[in-house]
Design a protein. Structure first.
Length: 339
């Protein structure tokens, strides 16, 4: 933090932050960098393996759905197809986020991180509309004239059992990997196991017990569940894109980070954190002594900014400095809204 570490009277601008040109990963300990690299490699392996499994299982379900008239199997097929579409959307938007072109940098100066939640939002709408159609079909099948329960062939049963086993195995194997994307994959596998188990049980039990309405009823219940689940996902993305406040745990971590600067600052007027998509933007209003030199004030603010942006869940941080504890904080528009 000392702008003149050699004491020659000339302010130096050759610290670690300037040397790495904002690439904060270079300042991490070697063990932490290796840990993150291993986690990223495991996450990539898990996601790629899951994509291959989804493609193979989708092909099997398509054949199974053609050979039987079970609406529950059709619902499972649609779920798998749209799951694969979701994976492609996330992958493509992630590629666009990382695509470093000069023209895109000028057009999107703060990056394109919000493309991912926007892509998920669009996909959730497609998912809801698709399963509303399946719900409509299940209701029509419950209406007269009634049809007999159809048997499940060996291929259909084997495909559904394979889906349950493979998805369960992927979820168990990926559980130890703590990367957020992999944990989302584990949750998705858990949901797939439950969904496909019910998709198999409804028509199977319906045929064995001679209950004709169990298969369309099961498809309708599964459709209602999917519509509700993706409706919640859609709402969560809308709220986060609208600037929802970060959770208390994130705010406590940012407050602790700010407290670590207590030897060189007088205090903090405000610390706020809010979502701008999946990531968090943080704002710090720092109190410094009135006679703090400009260079030292700049170094304190810049160091706090880079430390906050080094956190994996913080996309962007803003630090302003002040010398008076009273007076407005935040932005001019915030002051207008509060009156």
């Amino acid at each position: 933090m000392d702008p003149d570490p050699d004491g020659d009277g000339d302010q130096e601008r050759c610290g670690a932050l300037q040397r790495v040109r904002g690439n904060l990963a270079e300042l991490l300990p070697d063990e932490e960098r290796e840990r993150r690299a291993r986690a990223a490699k495991k996450a990539a392996w898990a996601i790629n393996f899951n994509v291959v499994a989804n493609v193979l299982l989708l092909a099997g379900k398509a054949v199974a759905a053609v050979t039987t008239g079970s609406l529950s199997l059709v619902a499972s097929l649609v779920d798998s197809a749209l799951d694969l579409l979701c994976t492609l959307i996330v992958w493509s938007t992630n590629r666009l986020v990382l695509w470093r072109l000069g023209a895109l940098r000028r057009r999107f100066p703060v990056g394109r991180r919000r493309l991912e939640p926007v892509g998920i939002l669009v996909f959730s709408i497609v998912m809801i509309i698709s399963f509303l159609q399946i719900l409509r079909e299940s209701i029509s099948r419950l209406m007269p004239p009634h049809s007999e329960a159809e048997p499940l062939g060996v291929l259909a049963t084997a495909t559904m059992v394979a889906t349950i086993v493979i998805k369960g195995a992927i979820g168990i194997a990926c559980r130890p990997v703590r990367a957020p994307k992999v944990q989302a994959l584990v949750q998705d596998c858990k949901t797939d196991v439950v969904f496909n188990s019910l998709s198999l049980l409804f028509p199977l039990v319906g045929y064995r017990a001679g209950i004709w309405w169990l298969d369309p009823l099961g498809a309708g219940l599964l459709s209602i569940y999917i519509v509700y689940d993706w409706g919640c996902t859609s709402f969560d993305n809308v709220v986060r894109l609208s600037g929802e406040a970060a959770d208390d745990d994130t705010l406590r971590k940012l407050t602790y980070l700010a407290w670590r600067f207590s030897p060189v600052v007088d205090g903090f007027k405000s610390i706020i954190a809010y979502h701008a998509g999946d990531g968090v933007w943080a704002e710090f209003d720092v109190l410094l002594s009135e006679d703090t030199p400009l260079g030292r004030s700049h170094d304190i603010a810049e160091t706090l900014q880079y430390c906050a942006e080094a956190l994996p869940y913080v996309d962007r941080a803003f630090v302003t400095t002040d010398y008076a504890a009273v007076g407005p904080t935040g932005h001019a528009l915030d002051t207008e809204r509060n009156h």
